[in-house]
Design a protein. Structure first.
Lengths: 149, 149
DNA sequence: CTTTTTGATACGTAGTACGTACTATATAAA
DNA sequence: TTTATATAGTACGTACTACGTATCAAAAAG
């Protein structure tokens, strides 16, 4: 396989930074409007992960999201104080805790996902349908190597 | 043009979040290693913008990056204290300041861009060359509507 | 049964984002 | 010209975030 040219690299870096900024700004604006909750990307990822997997252990979640265990512990406390997640001891390991969404947290996580879908839909609608599947399959091929969400 | 399906939306949202996480972690790991500078995405964007445009006015940069003027002011001070950027009064407007890279700042910004290219290259090399151009053109079509970097 | 490892957290420190209030300059109105 | 208003930028205070270190408790290893 030929090596990508510098031009291709720069162009992709440029559009991806734009994409990141667009999505981050959209997320920042969207979330507080509905629930007055000051969200950040970490909370966002945590809630999304719990929505997909129902429960998670703090250490595993920290490693998965690339933050320190203490950081995830703090974030977990913050989300608990907002009533969005709760924790329960793991019956199989007395040291471990299991994080799960509360009923309210599930609602919020789903609302965020809806907003997320809306943003993504606005993006996708700008794409030619034929190119859409190629785009998605290509990115999946590149990014989803293992256990990413 | 047909509307994108929920499945397409979810799949793209998923891969984009993965992409963001991968790039953010790469950026976080890469930058301090070379210069012991605790970088964050805002600094990253500021330096990249100044590398492309040579100079910028704080207010415009803040609006462009989607942060408060005070936030950009603080970030500007931080980058100045690290010797990466400097400011000079605008001769055409006594209120305004112009931000520019220092010689050192230019080196750092270019080093970051090199690292950025390296990361992007690793991603792109995983893609079939034929799909590469389709991918890039499609994302450009979607994202680069106006004045993004 | 002691030692070591592992899961999780409390605390202290450094850094970040932003609203408010303020100064200085520029523009508009009287 | 003088006054009023809008704009560019910053200092300061507040709230929040990330993480290293130290610590405790439970499990695994010896």
């Amino acid at each position: 396989m030929t090596s990508p040219s510098d031009d291709e690299i720069d162009r992709l870096a440029r559009v991806i930074r734009s994409l990141i900024r667009e999505l981050l700004i959209a997320g920042r604006v969207g979330a507080p409007a509905e629930g007055k909750i000051p969200f950040n990307p970490l909370y966002f990822h945590m809630l999304g992960h719990l929505l997909n997997h129902r429960r998670a252990r703090p250490s595993e979640l920290a490693a998965f999201l690339g933050v320190a265990r203490t950081t995830l512990s703090t974030a977990s406390k913050a989300l608990q104080s907002r009533g969005l997640i709760k924790q329960a001891p793991d019956p199989e390991d007395g040291r471990a805790q299991m994080l799960v969404l509360t009923t309210e947290g599930r609602k919020v996580a789903q609302a965020i996902r809806r907003q997320d879908r809306k943003n993504m839909k606005l993006l996708l609608e700008r794409i030619d349908p034929a190119a859409r599947s190629i785009l998605i399959e290509t990115i999946e091929q590149v990014v989803l190597t293992e256990d990413n969400d």
